[in-house]
Design a protein around this ligand. Structure first.
Ligand code: B12
Length: 200
């Protein structure tokens, strides 16, 4: 349904599915739909407007699932500042990461999309997070991540925070090459990796 962008029918479909399927499994299905839409775009079968429709359908579906995922709230484990880097407006994956970290007991400060590196620097000073999460979905914008790490170093802030990166074009190898502490391919692994980084 996400792949086809059936935004008007998604609420009913998700509500029905929740009767006998776990919210996390439905979320995985919605994610698969988005990926399939992305594949069609890559092949030239979809236009940007089709991707937007798919993204909208995903978001509507997640609105219903999100409260159900929140049931598992745990005690405080740390603070995360997260944002999608400058030039990039993709936020679906980042928002999932936010949901999972909050569910795991993190306090999360979400800086949003198209975040300039100075804003990341200011947020380390202001919020003193344990971890900074950087998200990028474009091969062009992922290069911003290195600039943010360099800026943290220049401001003598690098040692104060762990840096995690994610988003479709990122990888463990890329994380290592730019001096990030870690990469995670999805929101669930991101939480596990974060807990490890903090020694929990
Ligand atoms: C939906 C979508 C859009 C929507 C975004 C809506 C929104 N609010 O996010 C819209 C339509 C706006 C859009 C626009 C564009 N898009 Co787009 N988009 C996608 C699509 C189909 C899905 C992305 C997505 O949400 N995936 C689902 C989520 C759940 O997965 P995810 O983002 O990877 O996140 C998971 C992990 O990566 C990880 N993660 C994510 N962030 C972080 C952060 C941390 C710290 C950690 C640890 C983990 C982590 O956890 C997440 C959850 O499990 C992808 C295709 C794809 N295969 O990715 C293309 C895609 C990313 N888009 C693409 C392109 C080209 C564009 C445009 C340039 C198109 C255009 N010509 O205008 C614009 C760019 C605008 C901009 N400046 O940013 C290309 C990028 C190609 C490239 N190599 O750079 C892709 C890959 C499509 C394709 N196959 O060609 N897009």
């Amino acid at each position: 349904m996400v792949e086809e962008g059936e935004v008007y029918d998604i609420e009913e479909a998700v509500t029905k599915a929740l009767k006998n399927t776990k919210p996390i499994a439905i979320m995985e299905d919605l994610i698969t739909g988005l990926r399939l839409a992305g594949d069609k775009f890559k092949k030239g079968e979809y236009f940007v407007v089709d991707m937007m429709q798919a993204a909208e359908t995903f978001k509507e579906g997640m609105k219903i699932i999100k409260p159900k995922l929140g049931d598992t709230k745990k005690e405080y484990v740390g603070k995360l500042v997260i944002g999608t880097v400058k030039g990039d407006i993709h936020d679906i994956g980042k928002n999932l990461v936010v949901i999972m970290f909050e569910g795991a007991g993190f306090e999360v400060i979400d800086l949003g999309i198209d975040v300039h590196k100075d804003k990341f620097i200011d947020s380390v000073k202001k919020y003193e997070p344990d971890i900074i999460g950087l998200s990028a979905l474009l091969t062009t914008t992922m290069l911003e991540m290195e600039g943010i790490i360099e800026a943290l170093k220049a401001n003598n802030l690098r040692e104060r925070v762990k840096i995690m990166i994610g988003g479709a074009p990122a990888s463990a190898r890329f994380a290592q090459s730019i001096g990030a502490d870690s990469y995670a391919p999805n929101a669930t692994e991101a939480v596990n990796t974060a807990l490890k980084l903090l020694g929990k």
